[in-house]
Design a protein around this ligand. Sequence first.
Ligand code: SF4
Length: 106
Amino acid sequence: MAIMITDECINCGACEPECPNTAIYEGGAEWELGDVTGGEGDAAPSGAEGFFSDEFFYINPDKCTECKGFHDEPQCAAVCPVDCCIPNPDIVETEEELLAKKDKLA
Ligand code: SF4
């Protein structure tokens, strides 16, 4: 399951440097994945949509492994002062899928 950032985000920026997969972007910033970039209205390479925000930090779900392979728990959620980094109910993945994603991103 990818992690998502809710609209309770206060834009403190604590999460972004903690992500081992550089999956977190400041609101309005374009994401990058390999040689693909995207912004408002663009789907991720997997087809995932609706994750971009121009108001709050956001997570590209194609790059989030829930920190599997790096840490025991999602680091963004661990450092978030308002607990707005939560599992995305629309993107459910097994541990095997998350680890395969990590290998693909490496
Ligand atoms: Fe990055 Fe881990 Fe948060 Fe996913 S759970 S966005 S990999 S810090």
